[in-house]
Design a binder for this molecule. Structure first.
Ligand SMILES: C[C@H](O)[C@H](O)[C@H]1CNC2=NC(N)=NC(=O)C2=N1
Length: 97
C-alpha cells in the first residue's frame, strides 16, 4: 500500500520534473527522440527501471515519439512511486536524446 499524494504534493513533485504534466489521476510526458531506434532504447531502459520498481508506465510508441503515463493503479491515483519513476524515465530520455 502506498499513500495517495495530495494535489499540492503532486504539484510540488512536478515542479522538479520538467516536461511532466498532470492529467487527472496520472502524470504524463511526451518526448521526441532522434530516431525510432533511440525511442526503443529508451523503452528498453524504462523497462529495467519499471521492473526494478515493480511499477509500470503506460507507453505509447509512435515512430520516434513516446508518451508515458504514470498512475498507481492499485491506489486509483498518484503515489510517490509515480514521480519517482518519472525521474528515472526522464533520465533515460536524456541519455538517448
Ligand atoms: C503485483 C504487482 O506488484 C502489482 O500488480 C504492481 C505492478 N505494477 C504496477 N504499476 C502501476 N503503474 N500501478 C500498479 O498498481 C502496479 N502494481
Amino acid at each position: 500500500m502506498a499513500d495517495l499524494l495530495s494535489d499540492d504534493a503532486v504539484a510540488d513533485a512536478l515542479s522538479g520534473l520538467p516536461g511532466w504534466e498532470r492529467d487527472g489521476a496520472a502524470i504524463v510526458r511526451t518526448v521526441k527522440l532522434p530516431s525510432f531506434r533511440a525511442a526503443i532504447a529508451v523503452v528498453d531502459a524504462v523497462a529495467d527501471a519499471a521492473e526494478n520498481a515493480d511499477h509500470h508506465p503506460d507507453i505509447d510508441i509512435r515512430y520516434n515519439t513516446l508518451t508515458f503515463a504514470l498512475s498507481t493503479h492499485s491506489e486509483g491515483g498518484l503515489t510517490a512511486k509515480d514521480p519517482d519513476l518519472a525521474g528515472k524515465i526522464s533520465a533515460a530520455v536524456d541519455a538517448h536524446s
